[in-house]
Design a protein around this ligand. Structure first.
Ligand code: EPZ
Length: 420
């Protein structure tokens, strides 16, 4: 089991190129299944979740190859299976996103029920009810989902009770080749939804309204779809992570490729905490200005609200702020598992259900901690950079799911970080 060793105490300053977005490239890789051709994805991040998705594509009969320059090449002309194995499903729960694409491509799909994860149960009821409204017959047998659409899928009006990112993506994928028009109301508005719509439209789909609460997909014949070359959007949560590392250590960063429009809710919070942030050149620049000031309440919301994926990372950044702040996690039921680990480093955080009260402390101390999940692990890296002394962070493989070598990125900003 690998671990990171980070010696904190220094100001983090410098510049970084932001990696491609994990939460965009995963749905894009499954969307390739819809196209009977060749796709080239640029700025594809080197992440364990990406390799898991590529293994699924290979298991279905597609050819996948990654170039050194971060390009991934997918050829789906050899696709011959529509079943995703249980072992591959367990490697990455978000592989449920292959459901809509395989139904759209082949009219059938068999995959096992994705388990819960560190964040708590990850239900897929919204996915299944929407796909059934499109005409899919879905049965559950011994933990496996058997999905069929013998007479093809038919466009319809789908009202989501919650703007689920994954459900919105699965509906878009299934609706691309459905007969007629599909309207998704209360759709997720995350930037990754727009990236998926841009990719699908480049492949010949007809999708409009992505980024708004109402997305309209006009079904097209499957043979109209073709391959394309597409650049994955920058990872907005990776950008927030390195901004917080600089803010927590009184430093300054220039993040090439970061898009201000994707991270406004976090930018507003860090500005209230005392940071100077602006769009600069091809990215975003942040300069901290001494000790941060606590922000009264941080409440996670669907986009464009404060992103749940930034909650742990910003909490770590605010652990040394002057004053007390309240964090309310509205999206997931178990997303405070980083709190115990931050407390071991000297943070003063009390949780009650979905509320965490963070009383800023003067200093944090290096400690042996363990990443509880992907973003909690990133939060511990931020705290370790701001702590006095050396921290050891175990379960690095959870961090590697979403960050391309987080220790190299931190070192590029002047941190003393290494992988053991
Ligand atoms: C995506 O997960 C992201 N993952 C998550 O990022 C992110 O936290 C989440 O969206 C919210 O922004 C990827 O894109 C691969 P949801 P997803 O469906 O699609 C409930 C990270 O760290 N729900 O919007 O699974 C669900 O339980 C990861 O990068 C249902 O009840 O998120 C949760 O409470 C973590 N029924 C809430 O909705 C459903 O059918 C949000 O889930 C689906 C979801």
């Amino acid at each position: 089991m690998q671990k990171l060793k980070i010696e904190g105490g220094g100001r983090l300053s410098g510049e970084l190129e932001i990696q491609g977005a994990k939460n965009s490239v995963l749905p894009l890789l499954s969307a390739c299944v819809l196209v009977n051709g060749e796709v080239r994805l640029k700025r594809c991040p080197s992440l364990s979740d990406v390799y898991s998705a590529m293994r699924i594509l290979s298991s279905l009969g597609c050819k996948c190859r990654r170039s050194a320059a971060g390009e991934v090449y997918i050829d789906t002309r050899g696709l011959e299976s529509t079943a995703v194995s249980d072992s591959l499903m367990r490697q990455m729960r978000s592989s449920i996103i292959f459901l809509g694409a395989l139904l759209g491509r082949a009219g059938e799909c068999t995959l096992s029920f994705p388990g819960g994860c560190e964040l708590g149960p990850r239900p897929i009821d919204l996915h299944l009810s929407a796909l059934r409204q499109l005409g899919a017959k879905i049965t559950e047998e011994h933990g496996a989902l058997i999905c069929r659409s013998a007479n093809g899928l038919r466009g319809t009006q789908i009202d989501l009770s919650f703007p689920s990112v994954g459900a919105t993506e699965n509906i878009m994928l299934a609706a691309v080749c459905a007969k007629g028009e599909t309207v998704i109301s209360n759709a997720a508005r995350e930037p990754e939804i727009c990236d998926l719509a841009d990719f699908l439209n480049l492949c010949g789909a007809k999708i409009r309204g992505a980024g708004s609460q109402r997305i309209v997909v006009e079904g097209v014949p499957r043979e109209n779809l073709h391959g394309c070359e597409f650049e994955v959007m920058p990872d907005r949560i990776a950008a927030v992570t390195y901004m917080c590392a600089a803010a927590a250590t009184g430093g300054e960063v220039s993040l090439h490729g970061a898009r201000m429009g994707d991270i406004e809710a976090v930018v507003n919070l860090l500005r209230q905490a005392g940071c100077r942030i602006c769009a600069c050149g091809d990215g975003v620049c942040l300069a901290a200005n001494g000790r941060l000031k606590a922000v009264r309440t941080v409440r996670t919301q669907p986009y464009p609200g404060f992103p749940t994926d930034a909650q742990a990372i910003v909490m770590a950044c605010m652990a040394k702020a002057r004053g007390t702040g309240i964090f309310v996690e509205e999206i997931f039921e178990n997303r405070f598992r980083h709190v115990d680990e931050l407390t071991r480093m000297g943070a003063d955080i009390k949780t009650e259900g979905r509320v965490a009260v963070v009383s800023g402390v003067e200093r944090l101390y290096g400690a042996s901690v363990s990443a509880p999940d992907l973003r909690g692990g990133a939060a511990l890296c931020v705290a370790a950079a701001a702590a006095e002394g050396v921290s050891e962070i175990a379960n690095v493989e959870l961090i590697d799911r979403g960050y391309e070598s987080i220790e190299k990125a931190l070192c590029a900003l002047g941190a003393k970080a290494e992988r053991e």
